[in-house]
Design a protein around this ligand. Structure first.
Ligand code: ADP
Length: 190
């Protein structure tokens, strides 16, 4: 199986590139942000719990996220592979994901990290906020908080995969197709 962690700060283009990867490689997409937004929309208990964290751009507690991913993985049948998008976002989540995937004998193949500098992220997210309807895309304070949370809590996840020899960095600034080409080249090397 080709199991990829698509990594990068908010606004790096993970969702956009995931769509293209799914189409090309026939992978299953697991986005924790999308799963939480689905729960929010349906008004489930999990959605209610996640809402205040998400609206303010803070991380939902690890165990809540891990249990949700564990449940989602249990529903997965025969697939060619999985793209994890927006997960893992902490080292504890990365360790839990390793345990889950190694336990199924389908380890993570590699992490692809999209690199984009802060100013470009702020511009992209504010632009997306005009149409996304997401509370966390609307204010510069919330966006800055998400970028700070990313640096403090999420960046160490890159080291976690680097130590396993599974980390690849890609420049996330350029055309969508150009970046996609670079990602595909990296995947062929995994
Ligand atoms: P982004 O555009 O910031 O990458 P996502 O759609 O991935 O946004 O996530 C939106 C919000 O959902 C996050 O700010 C966070 O509150 C919550 N969330 C998503 N994935 C996780 C995760 N793996 N751990 C904790 N919280 C998460």
């Amino acid at each position: 199986m080709l199991n990829i962690v698509l990594f990068g700060p908010p606004g790096a283009g993970k969702g956009t590139q995931s769509e293209k990867l799914i189409e090309k490689y026939g992978l299953l997409h697991i986005s924790t942000g999308d799963l939480f937004r689905k729960h929010l929309g349906e008004g489930t208990e999990l959605g209610k719990l996640a809402k205040s964290y998400m609206d303010n751009g803070n991380l939902v507690p690890d165990q809540v996220v891990i249990d949700m991913v564990d449940d989602r993985l249990k529903e997965v049948g025969e697939v060619k592979g999985i793209i994890f998008d927006g997960f893992p976002r902490t080292v504890a989540q990365a360790e839990a994901l390793d345990t889950l995937m190694n336990g199924k004998n389908t380890p993570i193949s590699g992490m692809i990290a999209l690199e984009v500098e802060d100013e470009e992220l702020r511009t992209r997210i504010l632009e997306r906020g005009k149409s996304s309807g997401r509370a966390d895309d609307q204010s510069i304070e919330k966006i800055n908080n998400r970028i700070n949370v990313y640096k403090e809590e999420t960046l160490p996840v890159a080291d976690f995969y680097e130590k396993q020899g599974k980390f690849v960095s890609i420049n996330g600034v350029g055309t969508i197709d150009g970046i996609f080409g670079d990602i595909c080249a990296a995947i062929e090397q995994l």
